[in-house]
Design a protein around this ligand. Structure first.
Ligand SMILES: [Zn+2]
Length: 194
């Protein structure tokens, strides 16, 4: 686990309609619960717990927990906000890390998934032909395809993209490391985004 304590682990935040909107550290999630702004969601039973009833929940063997003076509190994995309906509509900013995520570390010409150093960012329309550095004009390419395509467009090189690249929607998990993403969130967000 990449986090030194359960208090720093991320918890998924759902709005009132159970739409995932962001993640916050467990410490912050417990604070939101303590002030009545959110309830914890038990992902096995889909029952909601307010702060008082959550404190009484038994910590099961596989649960992350927060130790207090008197007892242990289950670290909530997901909380539901009591009075917030909004959904932030955000698009992912273009950067190297997000491009690797969008293309799932896969060459967009042949579909291989080599180790990171064998993938590079390809400008579909080469910069020398006026191609932009953008979500729509950049894809991951393996060394072999890169070598084959050279400084040409796919049609000039007789190659074809596996899919049309677009700007991905931002996802609440974009900023998290892979080992902090919980399986129980799969009902609310696309886990493979990271
Ligand atoms: Zn390739």
């Amino acid at each position: 686990m990449a986090y030194s304590s359960a208090l720093q682990q991320p918890a998924l935040v759902l709005n009132e309609s159970w739409v995932a909107i962001r993640t916050v550290p467990v410490r912050h999630a417990l604070h939101l619960m303590a002030t009545g702004a959110a309830s914890a969601l038990d992902h096995e039973t889909f029952q909601l717990y307010d702060f008082e009833s959550w404190l009484e929940c038994e910590v099961r063997a596989h649960d992350a927990f927060v130790r207090t003076v008197r007892s242990a509190i289950r670290a909530p994995e997901t909380i539901v906000l009591a009075r917030y309906k909004g959904v932030p509509i955000m698009l992912a900013p273009f950067c190297r890390k997000n491009l690797f995520r969008r293309d799932r570390h896969t060459c967009q010409y042949c579909g291989v998934r080599p180790s990171g150093t064998d993938l590079s960012i390809d400008h579909i329309i080469p910069r020398s032909q006026g191609g932009q550095t953008s979500w729509e004009n950049c894809v991951l390419s393996c060394r072999r395809c890169n070598h084959k395509k050279r400084n040409r467009t796919p049609s000039q090189a007789g190659m074809r993209l596996l899919s049309t690249p677009i700007q991905p929607r931002w996802n609440p998990l974009f900023d998290l490391s892979a080992d902090s993403i919980r399986e129980s969130w799969s009902r609310f967000v696309r886990l493979e985004a990271s």
